[in-house]
Design a protein around this ligand. Structure first.
Ligand SMILES: Cc1cc2nc3c(=O)[nH]c(=O)nc-3n(C[C@H](O)[C@H](O)[C@H](O)COP(=O)(O)O)c2cc1C
Length: 259
């Protein structure tokens, strides 16, 4: 004999209540954890800035270590520091999607496949005894599956790479994901961005760089085996961000003391 407890309407009511309780719990968790997730994201970016500059020490607090970094804004249209915006509240990622605060790139210019370039970029500086020691620049570009978001750090000569790394991407682990491999990242250290004519010299070679050849020793980074498309993405994005349509004018102004 079926009781009222086993009726269809009761089953639906119980199922509905279970769904309601679960959705409330999940929504509460999502909302309450959002600030923590945001904080972790910010810390991950700071960690990567420090790592690119060769300053990250896992045994110390990221916030404490970040104290040596000054964050500034650069107007990418003029290649000079911007003073009319608040760097603390500027969201470069949001600006890059906002038609009022970014410019559409044409196909020939957009070698990093980023579609739009924001008017202002954040730059990070390590200053020692009043002199610029390291300049850390944000870089991004599309590779095989995803946009790679990262940083490249330059020595005081504004040419020699101190470090390069990506804090966000969705390339395949073991293939394109090898951009996170410390051994591959180490290959960037000491490479020169510009050649003697001021043109971009650095590149990701398909295969291994031959350090017996002077030009490869100075400019070539080994391509990732089995991941030519991700390697090409990194080559393109470095070329774009270090080039005339992004940071090159700022770097030239900085070298000339006119930024
Ligand atoms: C499931 C799958 C995932 C792949 N992921 C990547 C990747 O993340 N990056 C990449 O460059 N190639 C990836 N590839 C390989 C590319 O399709 C392509 O074969 C490779 O980039 C060529 O590199 P190679 O010339 O060094 O062999 C993937 C292939 C498969 C089947």
């Amino acid at each position: 004999m079926s009781s009222k407890k086993d009726s269809i309407s009761n089953t639906i009511r119980i199922a509905f209540l279970v769904c309601l309780v679960c959705s409330i719990v999940v929504s509460y968790a999502a909302i309450s954890l959002k600030p923590l997730q945001q904080l972790n994201k910010t810390l991950e970016v700071k960690k990567n800035i420090l790592a690119a500059a060769g300053l990250y020490d896992a045994s110390k607090s990221i916030e404490d270590q970040f104290g040596v970094i000054s964050t500034k804004l650069v107007d990418l249209r003029t290649g000079t520091y911007a003073t009319d915006l608040d760097v603390a509240t500027y969201d470069q990622r949001k600006a890059s999607k906002d038609p009022k605060r970014s410019d559409k790139l044409d196909a020939d210019t957009d070698i990093a496949s980023i579609k739009r370039l924001e008017n202002y970029a954040k730059v990070y500086e390590v200053i020692e005894n009043g002199e610029l020691k390291t300049l850390i620049l944000p870089i991004r570009g599309y590779a095989l599956w995803s946009t790679l978001w990262g940083f490249v750090a330059l020595e005081a000569d504004l040419n020699t790479v101190v470090g390069l790394g990506f804090y966000e991407h969705a390339e395949t682990p073991g293939l394109g994901g090898e951009i996170d491999n410390p051994k591959w990242k180490a290959l960037w250290i000491g490479k020169e961005i510009y050649d003697g004519n001021g043109d971009i010299g650095v590149y990701v070679k398909k295969g291994q760089a031959n350090n017996d050849i002077e030009s490869e020793k100075r400019f070539a980074v080994d391509g990732l085996s089995g991941a030519t498309l991700t390697s090409r993405g990194v080559d393109n994005l470095v070329r774009f961000w270090m080039g005339d349509n992004a940071f090159a004018p700022f770097i030239k102004h900085l070298k000339a003391g006119e930024a």
